[in-house]
Ligand binder design. Sequence first.
Ligand SMILES: *Cc1c(COP(=O)(O)O)cnc(C)c1O
Length: 415
Amino acid sequence: MSKLAINGGTPVRETLLSPCWPGGRLYDEREAQAVYDVCMAKSPNRYSTQQKPGRVKTFEKGLAEFVGVNHALGVTSGTAAILVALKAAGIGPGDKVIVPACTFLASAGAVVCAGAVPVFCDVDDTLNLDPKKIGDVCDKYTKAIITVPLLGNPCQMDEIMAEAKKHNLIVIEDVAQSMGASLHGKKMGAWGDIAAFSMQMNKIITTGDGGAVVTNHEKMYERAVRYHDQGMFREKEGFLTNDATDVFIGQNYRMSELTGAVACVQLERIDGIISEMRRIKKILKDELSGIDGLTFKRVIDDEGDIGSALVMFLPTKEQTQFFIKAMMAENIVFDCQYGGRPVYMIPQIFHQKTVDASGFPFNQFDEKIVYTEDMCPVALDMMPRNAFTFIEPSMTDKDVEDIIKGVKKVCAEIL
Ligand SMILES: *Cc1c(COP(=O)(O)O)cnc(C)c1O
């Protein structure tokens, strides 16, 4: 057995296998040309573009078609997309919104920004929402649920939709990290009432920063457009419609044409990105299955997994931490998702620290909102034991072999 690099042996790779920009690493002349064209048309804003059709509009049409919904709206980030979706759905002060215990900070942060309060629902062994636990966290204030397919793995949307119906919840899908994932052939983002996507650097396709809201609801779409553009709804006649009964003060989360131009090109790449990630993930899983003590995260629909990450569990937190350090020493990037913590354990959420000191929005209820460490025991047990590596379409055969060699080498020593 060869000596681990962490103990002074020779690493599997000479240089670090860098992680995680599936769409970003594919940037080439096509993205550059698209931006150039916007510049030369002197058309950087979607509502005064000289390019017909506009780039943001074209991206929206393409994304709606890709997800299988009626409407898409480009916005400035994934976080903005969740906020716009919440406001489109009418969520605000005095409302509680269910958020999965395992997700990125923004899923809960956007709820607070919307003036509502997140309550946390435990996950199952997929690290996605456990539909059976939804009823336990509902009360008279609970208006909506945010579902989050983590790292390319679909959520149990069929059961979640049934539970949501039972408890009269609006379903908002946060598909930020899983564009293209599906269950029974229906895409994440097409199941709920409204959904959010991100195109930040680490996501499946990227514009550096950027996001989108998608929905089948006419009314929610109109409210999303208004909220993201100062309360206006300019598209119908090319300018503000004044007859609307649903007027309100909005914000500005408009996507620029420069972003839209890159988004169009990246969206053309997405099917190729996903099929390549899926091919690589299958090799990794085939080669690494059967190692005692190492399990893969359960995926509920293999056809609907976009293959953007290989997530594994080790028996203990200590072994997981050592495994990750040892893999890094072999020059293969592994990480423990979200530092091994449920999202509610992040200090500003746990202690309900908002930007101002008024106590809003946590003081809008009869009872005090309290978060406890053990409120989602499955998340608390499983999160510290996850170790994952990102998969990218630009990985070479040698990169893939190195991951396999590295995992086998380290596991042989520690498991
Ligand atoms: C990345 C991410 C977001 C935030 O997206 P940004 O574009 O970075 O604002 C929200 N939710 C989840 C689950 C994410 O992974």
